[in-house]
Design a protein around this ligand. Sequence first.
Ligand code: PLP
Length: 230
Amino acid sequence: MIAQNIRSVEERIQAACKRAGRSREEVTLICVTKTMPVEDLQQAYDAGQRSFGENRVQEIVDKVPQLPGDIQWHMIGHLQRNKAKYLMDRVVMIHSVDSAALAQAVSKEAVKAGRVMDILLEVNVAEEESKFGLTCAGVLPLIREISPLPGIRIRGLMTVAPYTDDPETNRVYFKKLRELAVDIDHQSIDNVSMDFLSMGMTGDFEVAIEEGATHIRVGTAIFGKRNYDL
Ligand SMILES: *Cc1c(COP(=O)(O)O)cnc(C)c1O
């Protein structure tokens, strides 16, 4: 089932890349594995997947030692400052940095761990009350503040678009995120690159690819509905 779902997601990714005139290699599929048992993650691994995304530190800590060592783990959920230290030897990138205080905590722990952590800044492009993330206007000031910090490298932007039945309604937000990245890139700030755009989920990843996503985060289309009551 999971292998089959991955095949169908893969076909849709390829079709979207083709429509957009992009090469498949420009888009990383992150399998979002939150709430899923390690057996399901293993199935995705066996089907060839190597990039997994989780939104809770505890789940990353629990799952990483139970799965093969060549998986690239991505932290995609809201992160508390005091938990940044648990990610240093576990994840390749944190997609959800949205404050100077959090960037400072990540920086401090990365320096302690002797590594450089790739980070994305989370932007609440649609300005939904219920969501974390910076406003578009808040991104550049934050980048200016945190770009000198050691131990972190700002690689781009991330957004969680509104939940919708019609993916086309999110195109405007994906466009806006890409335009913001282009604007920031033009500032040529030291230690800042805007080569990654993490956007697009089960409901809207094809539109996100058409608008320039480099990382799509797909859970439900691969693993089925999540049960948060377990
Ligand atoms: C859960 C989650 C996803 C995946 O959502 P689906 O709709 O199941 O594909 C993507 N990004 C973030 C930040 C998430 O928390």
